[in-house]
Design a protein around this ligand. Structure first.
Ligand code: FES
Ligand code: FES
Length: 156
């Protein structure tokens, strides 16, 4: 049976009436038009669907939308402020840290969660934090560099 679920997405309160077991990813993409969050595997194994829920990284493909009732969700669309890209986005651009770009929104959201907790992460911390996120183009060295560049920009 459908239920009304209210949560904040990228600073705006949204209410959806839907099956509470539906994946958050589907609600974001299909109901709210936030297609920056990607579908990769659908089973919590690739990180393409990574978003922040109350500031913590989460894989939206396996998060029932009912779980975000009353919570705050941030997607890739919520990072930029107007025309100004977020420093993490700028850093991925500056370092050329993508090829096809399919993994990039998830990588950037995972980086946002990491830098919230560890503003100056070591290589090992970055590798551990991004380990759930796969890049089928194998752009890992540049992604690692972009995370450090973002940390430096955000620390200024
Ligand atoms: S689509 Fe969610 S982890 Fe792969
Ligand atoms: S840039 Fe293609 S999957 Fe990562």
């Amino acid at each position: 049976m459908d239920a009304k679920i209210t949560f904040t997405v990228n600073g705006r309160e949204r209410t959806v009436t839907t099956d509470p077991a539906r994946p958050l990813l589907d609600v974001l993409r299909e109901d709210l038009g936030l297609t920056g969050t990607k579908y990769g595997c659908g089973e919590a194994r690739c990180g393409a669907c990574t978003v922040l829920i109350n500031g913590q990284r989460a894989q939206s493909c396996t998060t029932p939308v009912a779980n975000v009732q009353g919570k705050t969700v941030v997607t890739i669309e919520g990072l930029a402020v107007g025309d100004a890209l977020h420093p993490i986005q700028e850093s991925f651009l500056a370092e050329g840290a993508f090829q096809c770009g399919y993994c990039t929104p998830g990588m950037i959201m995972a980086t946002a969660a990491l830098l919230n907790e560890a503003p100056k992460p070591t290589d090992a911390q970055v590798r551990q934090a991004l380990e759930p996120n796969l890049c089928r183009c194998c752009g890992y060295p540049k992604i690692l560099k972009a995370v450090h560049t973002a940390a430096a920009r955000m620390g200024r």
